[in-house]
Design a protein around this ligand. Sequence first.
Ligand code: FE
Length: 240
Amino acid sequence: MAGEPKVPVGRREFLASAVAAGATSFIGGADTNAAQDAAHSQQVVPSDVALRVKALESVLVEKGMLESADLDAVVETYTEKIGPRNGARVVARAWSEPEFKRRLLADATEAIGEMGYLGAQGEHMVVVENTPGVHNLLVCTLCSCYPWPTLGLPPTWYKSYGFRSRAVIDPRGTLREFGLELPADVEIRVWDSTAELRYLVLPERPAGTDGMTPEQLATLVTRDSMVGVAKVASPQGGRR
Ligand code: FE
């Protein structure tokens, strides 16, 4: 020991060397996530946040304060049972019932709550309406705040640094990358979601949908249209 200069080793460097040496089990645990499995196979250390979450989970399970199965149940609820279909039902109802739309835009929390779609990560809601002259785009510049009860879990790109920064700096260019080219005279409003307040876009009802029932309309509404990176396509094809 004496004479050996001690070089401080950061957590990531330590883990990287451990992973390179094949010691993946202590950071892998009971992974079922395909992306993480792929990451492991490529000998990549998970992100700092993922490591912190795993460490916290391990401690809580070890202390008997949490069962891994409980966590799995929460994740499964949002990945398998709740998805953007709830949000699509809200939009379809707003397109079909003017009075509901008025209430939705005036107090989204109350109107969405009436449909039973409030809950964790979506306690307080604001709905912003797209019109021929205004297009709304949602982002969380700080992290990944997103209305889980109406839209399910956020897609990876929503959580990416690139989207979070560019949606604010260059919303028109960002939308172009999603394949949405808006006329220059359309105003783009960017809404920054927070832990306290989540937004939902009410897209424009596409042409060619007269006479459709709310159930039929809901099938047209996509997750991306409710985040504002797409429009709802007309059932005849093409975009309004
Ligand atoms: Fe966030």
